[in-house]
Write a protein that binds this ligand. Structure first.
Ligand code: NAI
Length: 480
């Protein structure tokens, strides 16, 4: 029986391994982690992450051929294939601070693999890593290997949170990069055989190691760039009276462009886009390509601009101050159908409003009070470390209250900001919300999910990103 061990039981390691276990009943899959609470949660009824369909998959195979354990060394030693899906945060200190990937967790995992291994192994990079990381990992493994043969593969993960299970069941492609040597090709075939249990042959792409590593960074950069492109257009739409939804529809019907990832919003978030682009920028700079670095940096700058622009619209519309005004924040997760708040635009928007002394009442169907308070007090990039190594927030933000209902959040509020596109926000009783708010009542829709015309009929002053402006807002231009 082939044995797989995955180091890192996070958003990637957990769902990917659960799906491998489900689709390959003859393979034993063990997911290990240094975080005891995380492993306990995977072994409980309350999984550590929310992802539609995940619970069902885990329940079908847990205890049969899917196991979660903190006994990292034992399971790594026993495995034929070791996936490494640990954190790769942005460095906050030293060389490359603020851009380069911090490979501390990766390196310690590689050293541990070398230490405990007694048999040949295939080591698979599942984490997103800088191009050429495999070379460094290879060096660590071979210098410490005691004659054991390690083959390194790059198998980046393309799942999207919120649709992870669907994406894993039916991936656009699985990418496997390996050395073009007999040993490398054999390892590629072994991993391909795992995915071949359910992924059609023509969707399993094989490349050299460096192409696979770089493709992941490139794919995320391209995706983020589409969002920044449409968001840049949204600012121009507001200035000219064009409607960004109409523009992106017209643009996206061109088959060369396609309709996906063209929704204007308050900005992209999530654990990957910013981190991976910063990483790409750093690699370009290190390779003497400042123009290329500058080009990709702009994708992040536009994203920051969009978040600032949103905050400025809110403040400018409300007589240039939100001091002591209650602002309801609907949605805190970086997108719908996930509880993940890593790099969510809600953090910057909330911090911006708090900077202007607003009182915030936040409701998100999947994010806990503790998480929101941690996010609003944590330093940039600190979130991307294993939970038990993150600095505990010493204080809570007093002007913030977290409530469990959109109506409670909006009661007596001066304004509502919609920051996540949760489906339940589309069907709220806005008349009821309006009746219970201070007047004039404002709605700032950062996800374009409400119907501005209907809300205006009720009496709201409405701002929707990239849409023709309310007369009220026209007189108060927001300077970013
Ligand atoms: P995560 O933070 O949810 O999970 C990482 C896990 O690794 C944590 O539970 C941590 O305790 C554990 N860990 C760290 N060092 C360890 C060690 N030495 N031994 C055992 N466990 C260790 O992170 P997530 O989101 O799963 O991301 C992992 C990697 O996958 C990152 O490189 C990320 O960029 C990449 N990725 C993430 C995607 C996403 O949607 N979240 C999608 C594709 C790639």
């Amino acid at each position: 029986m082939v044995k797989i061990c995955c180091i890192g039981a996070g958003y990637v390691g957990g769902p990917t391994m659960a799906v491998i276990a489900l689709k390959c009943p003859k393979i034993e899959v063990v997911v290990v982690d240094i975080s005891v609470p995380r492993i306990n949660a995977w072994n409980s009824d309350q999984l550590p992450i929310y992802e539609p369909g995940l619970e069902d998959v885990v329940k079908q195979c847990r205890g049969k051929n899917l196991f979660f354990s903190t006994d990292v060394e034992k399971h790594v030693a026993e495995a034929d294939i070791v996936f490494v899906s640990v954190n790769t945060p942005t460095k906050t200190r030293g060389l490359g601070a603020g851009k380069a990937a911090d490979l501390t967790y990766w390196e310690s995992a590689a050293r541990m693999i070398a230490d405990v291994s007694k048999s040949d192994k295939i080591v698979v990079e599942k984490s997103t890593v800088p191009v050429k990381t495999a070379e460094a990992i290879e060096k660590i493994l071979t210098h410490n290997s005691k004659g054991i043969n390690f083959q390194i593969l790059s198998n980046p993960e393309f799942l999207a949170e919120g649709t992870a299970i669907k994406d894993l069941f039916n991936p656009d492609r699985v990418l496997i990069g390996g050395r073009e040597t007999p040993g490398g090709l054999k390892a590629v075939k072994a991993l391909k055989d795992v995915y071949a249990h359910w992924v059609p042959d023509d969707r399993i792409l094989t490349t050299n190691l460096w192409s696979a590593e770089l493709s992941k960074l490139a794919a995320n950069a391209f995706l983020a760039q589409r969002i920044s492109s449409v968001n840049a257009m949204s600012a121009l739409c507001e200035a000219t009276g064009a409607d960004v939804s109409q523009v992106s529809y017209a643009v996206g019907t061109d088959t060369r462009i396609g309709p996906k990832f063209l929704n204007a919003s308050v900005g992209f978030g999530g654990s990957c886009f910013q981190k991976d682009i910063l990483n790409l920028v750093y690699i370009c700079e290190c390779n003497g390509l400042p123009e290329v670095a500058e080009y990709w940096k702009q994708v992040i700058k536009i994203n920051d601009y969009q978040k600032n622009r949103f905050v400025n619209r809110v403040v400018a519309s409300m007589f240039n101050t939100v001091a002591n005004k209650k602002v309801a924040i609907l949605g805190f997760a970086f997108k719908k159908d996930t509880g993940d708040t890593r790099e969510t635009p809600a953090i910057d928007v909330c911090k911006g409003l708090l900077g202007d002394k607003a009182r915030l009442s936040i409701y998100d169907p999947q994010v806990t009070e503790d998480q929101i308070q941690r996010d609003l007090t944590m330093k940039k990039f600190d979130w991307d470390h294993p939970l038990h190594l993150q600095p505990m927030s010493p204080t809570t933000v007093k002007q913030v209250s977290i409530v469990w209902d959109a109506y409670e959040a909006t009661k007596d509020a001066h304004a509502v900001c919609i920051l996540t596109e949760w489906d339940e926000f589309k069907t709220l009783d806005f008349q009821r919300i309006y009746d219970n708010m201070q007047k004039p009542a404002f709605i700032f829709d950062g996800r374009n999910i409400v119907n501005p015309a209907k809300l205006r009929e009720i009496g709201f002053i409405v701002y929707s990103i990239g849409k023709p402006l309310d007369a009220w807002l026209k007189d108060m231009p927001a300077v970013a």
